[in-house]
Design a protein around this ligand. Structure first.
Ligand code: ZN
Length: 136
């Protein structure tokens, strides 16, 4: 089995924001020369997430709206007394810091409307994403 790893670096510009990283992930898989296996996309952050869905402007703003409504920034959270970002921790805990995709015939196997996003919830800041491709 082969393994191919890359660290991607991003800069976010808003407190809550979605960045489409599909092309970056597909490039790592393409460069891996792995034809069949799995691709792990992992954000080593407690206030961000990796999500999969349609890259459509209205839906991107709906995701931001949903996060801000379900986890309001000034929600009386105890963790805000430490570094004022409890809403981002909560939203991250109830989404996911990673996603796994099948790799088939050298490509990320995903649905037409399944783009891969980095979900920033405590920006703006610099972020890293780990992409690990395993297979043959
Ligand atoms: Zn915190």
């Amino acid at each position: 089995m082969k393994a191919h790893f890359r660290l991607l670096e991003l800069s976010t510009t808003k407190r809550v924001e979605l960045l489409d990283i599909t092309k970056m992930v597909e490039e790592v898989v393409g460069d891996s020369n792995i034809m069949n296996g799995l691709c792990l996309v992992f954000a080593p952050h407690a206030t961000a997430a990796i999500i999969v869905n349609e890259d459509e402007e209205g839906l991107r703003s709906d995701v931001v709206k949903w996060i801000e409504e379900v986890f309001p920034h000034n929600g009386g959270w105890k963790h805000n007394m430490i570094d004022d970002n409890a809403s981002a921790h909560l939203a991250s805990a109830f989404s996911s810091s990673s996603r796994i995709f099948p790799v088939k015939d050298g490509r990320v196997f995903r649905g037409t409307w399944q783009s891969i996003f980095f979900l920033e919830m405590d920006g703006p800041r610099r972020r890293r994403i780990m992409v690990e491709v395993l297979g043959e």
